[in-house]
Write a protein that binds this ligand. Structure first.
Ligand code: NDP
Length: 312
């Protein structure tokens, strides 16, 4: 590939969510002048939330975008270089590590991976066709557009239940389409959903087809997996809430991943199977997935990287 531009740093951090920014704050304060490559969604998943009410230090809650902007400012205050770049390829076979973003090359002595996770989709053709035109994976981002309309939420976990409740703030009717006859989400969330009169549960059902025209989605056909019957729900929006996938495709050939494709780190540390490569935040965590735990492991990664660099 024709490289136009190359830059070397002692530490490069991939990702700009709570893990990435916290790693940057700690690495910068350790005089490592780190660089963050933000990824395509600067600020990460919290920028698609509204109010964050469980991040300590903000007793009245804080807007997700505002929280990420404050983390960014804190990282900048200690000489972090932040580049809006999407990494397209990495070469971790020798040091310095090589990180490519299109025709730009970055090299680093230590690498901290904080690339997070992304919402999963069903993967059916009609869903892809109407993505952004009726199909969404973020009720808090897009719910407002469906004011007074009917929508469906797909999934039976806490995310689906929470999104369904939230959507009743705008929508006339909310269907929750779940493939089984029992929710996975917590009892408290289930109760809230089951007693909400605007919500109807469509049990034992999967999406047969997202229907629409040039203007976008116009209806949704679901299929009962037990009876085989199909039904049109009359919804103009579909919110998919079936979990997340870690953003690890760049590392699939080099780093050890677990069966769900999360990066495996050494117990009690952020070390990966490659010396000098550390991982933190949701890309390593299928269990807690919280902003505060991501920030915590981001701090660990910076300390691990600093100690490792000192030993070299
Ligand atoms: P979960 O993995 O908990 O749930 C995913 C849901 O999607 C399941 O009901 C699953 O069905 C369904 N599903 C998965 N794949 C498909 C598919 N291909 N087609 C149809 N349905 C599918 O993910 P969540 O994002 O809901 O939650 C993740 C974690 O985050 C959990 O630990 C949750 O408790 C937590 N969380 C907590 C919140 C809170 O406390 N306020 C809010 C949101 C999340 P099945 O049940 O049949 O497997």
């Amino acid at each position: 590939m024709g490289i136009m531009d190359s830059k070397h740093k002692r530490v490069i951090i991939l990702g700009s969510g709570p893990a990435g920014y916290t790693a940057a704050i700690y690495a910068a304060r350790a005089n490592l002048s780190p660089m963050i490559l933000t990824g395509f969604q600067k600020g990460g998943q919290l920028t698609t939330t509204t109010e964050v009410e469980n991040f300590p230090g903000f007793p009245k809650g804080i807007d997700g975008n505002e929280l990420m902007s404050q983390m960014e400012q804190q990282a900048l205050r200690f000489e972090t270089e932040i580049e809006f770049a999407e990494v397209t390829q990495v070469d971790l076979s020798e040091r310095p590590f090589k990180i490519y973003s299109g025709d730009k090359l970055y090299t680093s002595d230590a690498l901290i991976i904080a690339t997070g996770a992304s919402a999963r989709y069903l993967g059916i053709e009609s869903e892809t066709k109407f993505k952004g035109r009726g199909v969404s994976a973020c009720a808090t981002c897009d719910g407002f557009f469906y004011r007074g309309k009917k929508v469906a939420v797909i999934g039976g976990g806490d995310s689906a239940l929470e999104e369904a409740s939230y959507l009743t703030n705008f929508c006339e009717r909310v269907f929750v389409v779940h493939r089984r006859d029992e929710f996975r989400g917590s009892k408290a969330m289930q109760e809230r959903v089951l007693k909400n009169e605007k919500i109807e549960i469509v049990w034992d059902s999967v999406i047969d087809e997202v229907i629409g025209d040039d203007s976008g989605m116009t209806d949704l056909r679901v299929k009962n997996v037990k009876s085989g019957e199909t039904r049109l729900l009359g919804t103009e929006g579909m919110f998919v809430a079936i979990g997340h996938t870690p953003n690890t495709s760049l590392f699939a050939d080099t780093l050890t991943l677990d069966e769900k494709k999360y990066i495996v780190t050494e117990s009690g540390s952020t070390k990966t199977n490659i010396d000098g490569v550390f991982a933190c935040g949701d890309v390593t965590d299928s269990v807690y997935r919280q902003a505060i735990t991501a920030a915590g492991t981001g701090c660990m990664a910076a300390i691990d990287a600093e100690r490792w660099l000192a030993e070299q």
